[in-house]
Design a protein around this ligand. Sequence first.
Ligand SMILES: NC(=O)c1ccc[n+]([C@@H]2O[C@H](COP(=O)([O-])OP(=O)(O)OC[C@H]3O[C@@H](n4cnc5c(N)ncnc54)[C@H](O)[C@@H]3O)[C@@H](O)[C@H]2O)c1
Length: 368
Amino acid sequence: MVQQWALPQVVGVLSEVKANERRVALTPNGAKALIDDGRLVVVQAGAGLGSGFFDREYSDAGAIIVNTPHEVFTQATLLLHVKEPQESEFQFFQPHHTLFTYLHLAAEPQVADALCASGCRAIAYESVEIDRHYPLLAPMSAVAGRLATQLAASFLEARNGGRGVLLGGIPGVEPATVLVIGAGVSGRHAAEVAAGMGAEVIIADINLERAQQVAALCGPRARAVQSGSEIIERIAPECEVIIGAVLSPGHRAPQVITSRILELMPEGAVVVDIAIDQGGCVEGVQATSHTDPVQSMGHVRVSATPNMPAAVPRTSTTALTAATLPYIRALAAGWTHAVTVHPELIGAVNVQSGEIVHPAIREELAKR
Ligand SMILES: NC(=O)c1ccc[n+]([C@@H]2O[C@H](COP(=O)([O-])OP(=O)(O)OC[C@H]3O[C@@H](n4cnc5c(N)ncnc54)[C@H](O)[C@@H]3O)[C@@H](O)[C@H]2O)c1
């Protein structure tokens, strides 16, 4: 018998349910590309509104607009989301569904359980890997990295309860020092914006060469260090800002910003934990939200919002669809075709036939 996943798929675009999530998994142009390929596209009414895309633009592209998530789940076989499904949606998943979205299951065990119980196949954007590069994580990491520095600058302002320090200083008054831990995509973008604003930038990574490359991009005043608790504790007292941008693929984030490091930072300093979607890299951190974006931890203020790119949904949706569309088109043509043109999709399957099949995620969830 031919597996249903091998056949061409009806593509469903769901409205995001997660609080303050305004992105959408497909733009009207993306819908048009799929329809030109001969696919049926079903869009939940209002799904694109948060990103400024109207139902009319999807229907003009040839998509079918339906009113409820239930109708999307009933009519579509390939389901597109941005963030992990929420509890209200768990009941709708069926074994013939393929879900394509950000999942971060190592930090979301209840989502992992629900997807396993449904028997569906779930493919995670963040698990698509080509030679240790993550093409579907990278655009959102770029957005989150840039936003992290913008946020840190505003949290340092006195009116926002901060230290009253201008990130870039002015001639004659020294700028803030920004330490970025993790010199990958989000770290690079955070560091570049901080350097562009005139801050003193230090970039740390376990991979010193990568940290040096980012420091070189940030200009002559930036410096690189090999990351480790001793060096971070030594630097912490001079840091008005620390941005945590580490990733250990498939695992919970390593807690590189310990309580001791927070204690060593100056009063009113700011930490932005970008890695909160992987459980967070600050010891004891709780997730924050777009409406309540910062928490006090001792004398330091920590922001840890798991869906930072939702703050700039138009930019984020456009960037996300540009990256995911080739994969969506391939998956819509059926699994056999998809893995022929994008073999990296095989390793991105997180859940299949009731089991976690991604080794690192399975290992992480077994620790529960
Ligand atoms: N909060 C959000 O909205 C949001 C958005 C996008 C990405 N993210 C998250 O941001 C994190 C970083 O993503 P990325 O795409 O920049 O990853 P990346 O793989 O490009 O970079 C991660 C870097 O961390 C370094 N690293 C790993 N362990 C380390 C340690 N113990 N000490 C120092 N450096 C270490 C790696 O060497 C690598 O250079 C991920 O957890 C990702 O899920 C969050």
